[in-house]
Design a protein around this ligand. Structure first.
Ligand code: 5GP
Length: 211
């Protein structure tokens, strides 16, 4: 059985990743979403075990020592990490696992899992990003400034991704993301077993023809 694809979905805070992922999961059944662990405070409406596993610094650091994360990073003063067990289980069960993580984590994933697929979601413009962050109404102005500064830094790393996807229209963007995953499934790095098998079979035929 072909293993699932490890998909990294990054993008500026406010790019609409959360909504996109929700729609992807509702529309298609090949995806599994990894729930990260974080030391940041829950926002209003967030529930432990749904958006994140919320924890404290001590517990997070203990899990780092136990090799419990496939990657982790510090973002705006808080830890965020991808728990290892769920990702490994789901990939083995041929599900495509989505990691909604920031760029430091994305780069670590690419290094450890070169066959992963790195997608970067962005609004059409910086002005639109600011508008969405302010409109969300969940963050204080100081935090919004921090996140815009961080977005500026993150834009320096966009070339590290396999594809850049502009989120202007939700439905269009979901379709684009899904077709990139479907295309990736057909890339030779992810079809090694198939290539090996057909090569062996063809060798058999070639031998037959020699005799
Ligand atoms: P937020 O606080 O807005 O939920 O997330 C802040 C940033 O952390 C986002 O860019 C989000 O994608 C990223 N993030 C969430 N979970 C993880 C994780 O497990 N690892 C890494 N490296 N980044 C994460």
């Amino acid at each position: 059985m072909q293993k699932g694809i490890l998909i990294v979905l990054s993008g500026f805070s406010g790019a609409g990743k959360g909504t996109l992922v929700k729609k992807l999961l509702q529309t298609y059944d090949n995806y599994a979403l990894s729930i990260s662990m974080t030391t940041r405070q829950p926002r209003t409406g967030e529930r432990d075990g749904r958006e994140y596993f919320f924890t404290d610094k001590e517990h997070f650091e203990e899990k780092i020592r136990e090799n419990g994360f496939i990657e982790y990073a510090n973002y705006c003063g808080n830890y965020y990490g991808t728990p290892r067990a769920y990702v490994e289980e789901q990939l083995a069960a041929a599900r495509d696992v989505i990691l909604e993580i920031e760029i430091q984590g994305a780069l670590k994933i690419k290094e450890k899992f070169p066959e992963s697929l790195l997608l970067f979601v962005t609004p059409p413009s910086a002005a639109e990003l600011e508008r969405r962050l302010v409109g969300r109404g969940t963050e204080a102005p100081e935090i919004i400034r921090k996140r815009l500064a961080r977005a500026s830094e993150e834009s320096e790393g966009m070339e590290a991704y396999d594809y850049i996807v502009v989120n202007d229209n939700l439905d269009v963007c979901v379709e684009e993301l899904h077709s990139l995953v479907e295309a990736a499934r057909r890339a030779p790095v992810r079809r090694e077993a198939f290539i090996k098998e057909i090569r062996e079979e063809l060798k058999g035929f070639a031998k037959g023809a020699e005799q």
